[in-house]
Design a protein around this ligand. Structure first.
Ligand code: ADP
Ligand code: MG
Length: 240
């Protein structure tokens, strides 16, 4: 579904992605791990062009989205992002948050968008919060809304950037449970996380980034139990 080829990204003189290549298959759950500042978020943000890569190519279903004049909305509706800090629209209710883009971007009627939103809210156990504003929700509830909001777009790939890092410990599980449930539905997912146990459990493929390079990849067993590089061994020893 997505083929990233020799991707590079610089901010001014700072090169944060260096010759990154990887392939994401339809239905694959991909996890990206690595220390802070290694380029994980930037890589994720390049996939839906929240960042414009400096070099290389990203083929999305065969079409290069970096070097062609593809419409950004067409990328964003197919590659939806869930952020660490939820990024819900504060001035909209949960339902409005979830129906806005499906109506404006995907052209659903108000009724269609509402029905879809209510179904998704039921899946994340938040049917009773449809008319609340985000400020009245807990962090875990906000993140479950953000996930449901992304799903309402029926994206081809769901991108999650440290979705539990901003949560109080007691709320991490409720969000991981939702993501795990999703991972089992055949959705294509790219997840950046520091939850190593979860990554082990849920991923088809794990990538380890260091200093802007992808330096290891493989099954969870390969990367977590038999890392090849000293750098990955050291990182894993510090987090496991
Ligand atoms: P990670 O998600 O692995 O912590 P990031 O992708 O956020 O890493 O950042 C990688 C590097 O790029 C860091 O050195 C960071 O400071 C830098 N960086 C990220 N975004 C920007 C930006 N918008 N402008 C300048 N530097 C940035
Ligand atoms: Mg990050």
């Amino acid at each position: 579904m997505i083929e990233i080829q020799h991707l590079s990204k610089s901010f001014g003189n700072l090169e944060v992605l260096k010759d990154v290549s990887l392939t994401i298959k339809k239905g694959e759950v991909v996890t990206i791990i690595g220390s802070s500042g290694s380029g994980k978020s930037t890589l994720l943000r390049c996939i839906n062009l929240l960042e414009q890569p400096t070099g290389g190519a990203i083929l999305f279903e065969g079409k290069d989205i970096v070097n062609s004049k593809i419409k950004i909305e067409d990328i964003r509706k197919n590659a939806c992002m869930v952020f660490q800090h939820f990024n819900l629209f504060a001035n909209m209710t949960v339902l409005e948050n979830m129906t806005y883009a499906p109506r404006v971007v995907n052209g659903l009627s108000k009724q269609e968008a509402k029905e879809k939103a209510m179904k998704l809210l039921a899946k994340v156990n938040l049917s009773d919060k449809a008319n609340e504003y985000p400020s009245r929700l807990s962090g875990g509830q906000k993140q479950r809304v953000a996930i449901a909001r992304a799903l309402a777009m029926e994206p081809k790939v769901l991108l999650l950037d440290e979705p539990t890092s901003a949560l109080d410990p007691e709320m991490v599980k409720e969000v991981l449970d939702v993501i795990k449930q999703l991972a089992n539905t055949g959705i294509t997912m790219v997840l950046v996380t520091h939850e190593m146990g979860f990554a082990k459990d849920v991923s088809d493929t794990v990538y380890f980034m260091d200093g802007g390079y992808l330096i290891e990849s493989g099954t969870p067993d390969e990367v977590f139990n038999h890392p090849k590089t000293e750098r990955a061994k050291k990182f894993l020893a510090s987090v496991l």
